[in-house]
Design a protein around this ligand. Structure first.
Ligand SMILES: Cc1cc2nc3c(=O)[nH]c(=O)nc-3n(C[C@H](O)[C@H](O)[C@H](O)COP(=O)(O)OP(=O)(O)OC[C@H]3O[C@@H](n4cnc5c(N)ncnc54)[C@H](O)[C@@H]3O)c2cc1C
Length: 392
């Protein structure tokens, strides 16, 4: 192809922006279209695990995330009597990959991505409403009547993706019947050392407390609740506190210090995995392709891996449509593994009877160290050796 490949990206979430960074980096012409009137800066925190940082590095992109968030130094699973069940080997496994896992606010991650982009390529207030393909290209139409053409379309338009519906039709939602509350506050406590992460496991409830650097922490809580109720949650911090009565003081302190209006609530949900990610000049990336429950903290990480692999395939392959199919072939098994583990781990972590919770605690406490380490290596190692498919 004599002209630079023109790639249209639907959605300017973490997935869409990362794809834009990677594809610009390899020399594509990129346009990003976001339905919202402004880029979303609200939101809480997330973890960008070592595998996602490694994926970006493999294609030559470094977001310097350690300057925007907190490299993870200690991950503890505790029970509600505040006893340590197990320290997880996430920092060691990450270091052995050569890349720290980083906890960060969504806003800071977005800033890190925007620093690498020319803002003129991002168009807000542009909702994709129609897609038309021809032999020569793909046309995308927006709700306001505008239209653009490109060589490829990447659907990075999230959980309720329009592009996914175009590719594979409407797909069911899988409700997990629990609620997640999330917030960021400025908070100091001797327990929260730099890079500290604690997950408290209770009966049908969990709380996470995470250092994200700069004197801020990100916390989340879950509680079993019918989706219908979770979708209409209107409660205050006091209402949330009532779910964690008798839990360690640090939990109640953090929740009571968070203004109710700063707490986001979402019903936990994903979709059964589908291996149909694209057709013709169109493919999917991030939550549009593989929405997953939040248990592994890898939803954004998988979107970042997607973007890196897509970049590798477009760089290696002269036929861009063939590159999309290769990208899908490489990504589908690993994405499916993450969706499945997130789902089963979520069921385990939301167990609610005293006996099952005790069994869960014992299983983690006595799991052989080598086995525990292996399961994290499986998740945190980005499989860079699978990328060289064209020359193989
Ligand atoms: C409670 C919770 C905690 C989480 N914690 C973590 C964590 O710790 N670590 C982690 O890695 N992940 C975490 N995740 C998952 C992570 O947030 C998502 O996987 C990730 O943000 C997905 O990014 P995305 O860009 O694919 O989708 P989104 O962030 O949803 O972005 C999609 C974008 O597309 C836009 N859009 C939608 N439709 C259209 C259209 N028709 N036209 C144009 N634009 C459109 C949307 O407005 C949106 O801006 C968490 C998620 C939740 C809910």
């Amino acid at each position: 192809m004599s002209h630079p490949l023109k790639v249209i990206i639907a959605g300017a979430g973490i997935g869409g922006l990362t794809a834009a960074v990677v594809l610009r980096h390899i020399g594509c012409q990129v346009e990003v279209y976001e339905q919202a009137p402004t880029l979303r800066t609200a939101g809480s925190g997330l973890s960008v695990m070592s595998n996602a940082v490694a994926a970006l590095s493999s294609i030559g992109v470094d977001l310097n995330l350690e300057h925007f968030g907190a490299p993870v130094k200690c991950v503890e699973i505790r029970n509600i009597e505040d006893q340590l069940i197990r320290e997880l080997p996430i920092p060691e496994v990450s270091s052995s990959n050569g890349f720290d896992s980083v906890c960060i606010s969504r806003k800071a991650l977005q800033e890190a991505l925007l620093e690498q982009l020319d803002k003129n390529i991002i168009h807000v207030g542009t909702k994709v409403t129609q897609i038309t393909e021809s032999g020569e290209g793909v046309s995308v139409h927006f709700a306001d009547g505008r239209e653009t053409q490109g060589d490829l379309l990447i659907g990075a338009d999230g959980f309720y993706s329009f592009v996914r519906d175009y590719v594979r039709g409407n797909q069911p939602i899988r409700e997990a019947d629990y609620i997640c509350w999330l917030a960021i506050i400025r908070y100091q406590h001797p327990q929260i050392t730099p890079g500290y992460v604690a997950h408290y496991w209770g009966e049908g409830k969990r709380v996470g407390i995470i250092d994200i650097g700069g004197g801020e922490i990100y916390w989340w809580g879950t509680a079993n609740m019918l989706t219908e109720q979770a979708n209409h949650w209107q409660g205050s911090n006091r209402d949330i506190l009532s779910y964690y009565e008798g839990w360690p003081d640090i939990v109640s302190d953090i929740i009571s210090q968070t203004p109710s209006e700063n707490i986001i609530s979402v019903a936990a949900q994903d979709r059964p995995f589908s291996s149909l990610w694209g057709k013709g000049r169109v493919t999917l990336l991030g939550d549009a392709a593989h929405p997953m429950l939040t248990t592994l903290g890898q939803g954004a990480g998988m979107a970042i891996e997607d973007a890196a692999v897509l970049g590798h395939m477009l760089k290696q392959q002269t036929d861009p449509v063939a590159a999309l199919r290769q990208y899908e072939e490489i990504r589908i098994p690993r994405a499916e593994m993450f969706v499945d583990i997130s789902y089963t781990q979520s069921e385990l972590e939301q167990l609610s009877t005293p006996t099952s919770c005790q069994e869960r605690e014992d299983a983690l406490r006595f799991e052989p160290t080598e086995k525990l380490r292996e399961s994290f290596e499986n998740l945190l190692k980005f499989p860079v050796n699978e990328l060289d498919v064209v020359s193989a």
